[in-house]
Write a protein that binds this ligand. Structure first.
Ligand code: 5GP
Ligand code: ZN
Length: 102
């Protein structure tokens, strides 16, 4: 999608260091961290939110990615958060999972 910040990061139109990447998704450090470690796990496919998921294989793959990322970052205790919809605090309309660890 042309006007999506996460698609632009994926397409390297906006520079951002990937802390993780696989076939389904990539991960970056949140620009405005709300914990010591705040990582965003973002599917490569532009899906607006959890409400638009039709391929639930993606959900499995995102959770595999979370396990890989937390292992890689030596995180054992963490929170995950998915904001769905503007009224629930979703600011970027491209599905992403927050990983928060202190
Ligand atoms: P949401 O509120 O949509 O669940 O979360 C969006 C998150 O993306 C916010 O925590 C915000 O700080 C982060 N964010 C927004 N723009 C950028 C960006 O350009 N780069 C990075 N790394 N994070 C961003
Ligand atoms: Zn997008």
């Amino acid at each position: 999608m042309t006007d999506c910040i996460f698609c632009k990061i994926l397409n390297k139109e906006i520079p951002s260091k990937f802390v993780y990447e696989d076939d389904c998704c990539f991960a970056i450090n949140d620009i405005n961290p709300k914990a010591k470690k705040h990582i965003l796990v973002i599917p490569k496919e532009h899906i607006e939110s959890l409400n638009q998921i039709t391929d639930f294989e993606l959900v499995k793959n995102l959770f595999i990615a979370i396990r890989n990322i937390t292992k890689q970052e030596n995180i054992t205790d963490f929170k995950t958060q998915i904001n769905t919809g503007k009224n629930a605090g979703q600011e970027v309309m491209h599905l992403h999972i927050h990983i928060l660890a202190n």
